[in-house]
Design a protein around this ligand. Structure first.
Ligand SMILES: Cc1cc2nc3c(=O)[nH]c(=O)nc-3n(C[C@H](O)[C@H](O)[C@H](O)COP(=O)(O)OP(=O)(O)OC[C@H]3O[C@@H](n4cnc5c(N)ncnc54)[C@H](O)[C@@H]3O)c2cc1C
Length: 431
């Protein structure tokens, strides 16, 4: 296990190397103290009782499900909270995987009639054995206390055999079905669990928070650097809240579509041809019910930000929303499909911190023209030439792409005047 101090040292080292403008304050909490049309003031309190005020242009509350920033900006979670309770129990056991037929895995589901449990195992930094998580799903606080009072019999019932272990840590956590009614109030934003809370079934929470940050980060930078307008800031809630709703709905569907013991059937463990037939039937049912929980590229990669005030749609119909199926598409609003340039460099690694014009083919005149327009608007800009063979994938000769890898516009020729696609993509109102 990494100690708090080592973690801090690692974070500080990385921070100094990569983000020289970032100051980390450990053992401190922040609270929105005031907001004016020009900025925000954050009250920072330390563990020792010191209180300072920090003035900033913007505040982003990435402060988790109980977010004080969400409450202070007057937003509310909508939906249903505390839909079920679950217990997570961490233990060390050098013998567990040696004695078990289970292999270390992100999740091992235990389908039996005694406990509703799963194991997640990983290698430990400590020398006292693998660190393993047991999750007991959908249980009451009373049942959780009963398990914690004497976890052995429950862990052994889940594993199917007795093994020695050292108890390390536990937490009783609730599942939720909640999305914030607003992601922004003036100069205050929320992102991550502060904006959406759902069960971990599907492993979608951190991903969704990271994509909130990826959507918002460049917009704040663009606004502060003076090459974007208010509309770009407003687009954050439009683009991310709809995704938050989809993810929360899917994660709750995953939780309801079956937890480990829901798949148990009498006779499942029988060493007989009947037992074998039951196992085949249960296996098929698990695949049928849980495929969209463990295999969801349509949801994770196939989402679109259109319609949005900063996306120029091209008249092609939106693809149907899917969870499992995923067909890369460069329709404006979608995530840019992957390809490589003539030197084999992934297109994502070539994107500008501002806007990028992708040209699929030999004729690069549009790049020169748009680069000059971008210079006049002070928008950081790159032209990326790709082999003509990528055109069928991208569906056009030209694509304007944002730094968060989403397509803002595509077409076979620049519009007249060409700057309209730039100003629209960064929410600039040209007088
Ligand atoms: C059992 C379980 C399994 C999960 N598995 C997965 C998975 O496989 N994949 C996945 O993508 N997601 C998973 N998740 C979800 C994921 O953990 C969360 O979505 C993610 O941690 C949210 O990150 P966050 O930064 O938004 O919030 P948090 O992780 O809650 O971080 C918020 C931080 O802000 C701090 N904070 C709070 N208030 C203040 C304040 N006033 N001032 C300063 N700091 C403050 C908190 O101390 C905390 O450190 C799982 C969640 C659970 C419970």
């Amino acid at each position: 296990m990494i100690s708090q101090k080592t973690l801090r040292d690692l974070v500080c080292q990385q921070t100094q190397q990569n983000f020289s403008q970032v100051d980390f304050l450990f053992d401190a909490t922040g609270a929105l103290a005031a907001q004016t049309p020009d900025g925000v003031t954050v009250a920072v309190s330390t563990k020792e009782g010191r209180r300072d005020f920090v003035a900033a242009d913007f505040l982003v509350g990435c402060d988790g499900g109980a977010s004080s920033v969400r409450k202070a900006m007057g937003a509310k979670f909508e939906g249903e909270g505390s839909t079920a309770g679950n217990l997570r129990l961490l233990f060390h056991s050098p013998q567990f995987y040696e004695m078990s037929t289970l292999r270390p895995a992100q999740q091992n589901w235990i389908v039996n009639s005694e406990v509703n449990a799963s194991f997640s195992g990983g290698r430990s930094f400590r020398d006292d054995g693998d660190i393993i998580t047991a999750t007991f799903w959908n249980i009451t606080p009373e049942k959780s206390s009963e398990i914690l009072a004497d976890p052995g019999p429950y862990l052994w019932a889940a594993a199917g055999f007795e093994f020695p272990f050292t108890f390390s840590h536990s937490d009783f956590w609730a599942t939720h079905n909640l999305v914030a009614n607003r992601y922004r109030e003036g100069r205050v934003f929320i992102a991550g669990d502060a904006a959406h809370l759902h069960p971990p079934t599907g492993g979608l929470g951190l991903n969704t928070g990271m994509m909130d940050a990826s959507n918002l980060g460049w917009k704040l930078a663009a606004y502060l650097q003076g090459w974007a307008g208010e509309e770009l800031l407003a687009s954050y809630e439009v683009e991310r809240k709809s995704i938050g709703k989809r993810v929360v709905a899917q994660a709750n569907h995953n939780y309801r579509s079956g937890l480990p013991s829901d798949f148990y059937e009498a006779g499942l463990l029988d060493e007989s041809s009947e037992g074998e037939a039951i196992r085949t039937k249960v296996g098929k049912r698990i695949f049928q019910m849980k495929n969209d929980e463990f295999n969801a590229p349509g949801l994770v990669l196939g989402y679109t930000y259109a319609p949005s005030p900063v996306i120029l749609e091209d008249g092609t119909p939106p693809e149907p929303e899917t969870v499992v199926d995923f067909a890369p598409s460069a329709r404006p609003g979608n995530r840019l499909p992957h390809s490589v340039d003539g030197d084999g460099v992934p297109v994502y690694d070539r994107l500008s911190k501002g806007l990028s014009l992708i040209i699929t083919g030999e004729d690069t005149s549009a790049g020169t023209q748009l680069a000059s327009e971008a210079r006049a608007l002070r928008i950081p800009f790159e032209v990326i030439e790709l082999p003509e063979a990528t055109r069928p994938l991208y569906g056009a000769k030209l694509l304007l792409v944002r730094p968060d890898e989403h397509v803002a516009w595509r077409g076979d020729a620049l519009p007249n005047p060409p700057s309209t696609i730039l100003t629209k993509a960064v929410g600039l109102t040209v007088l």
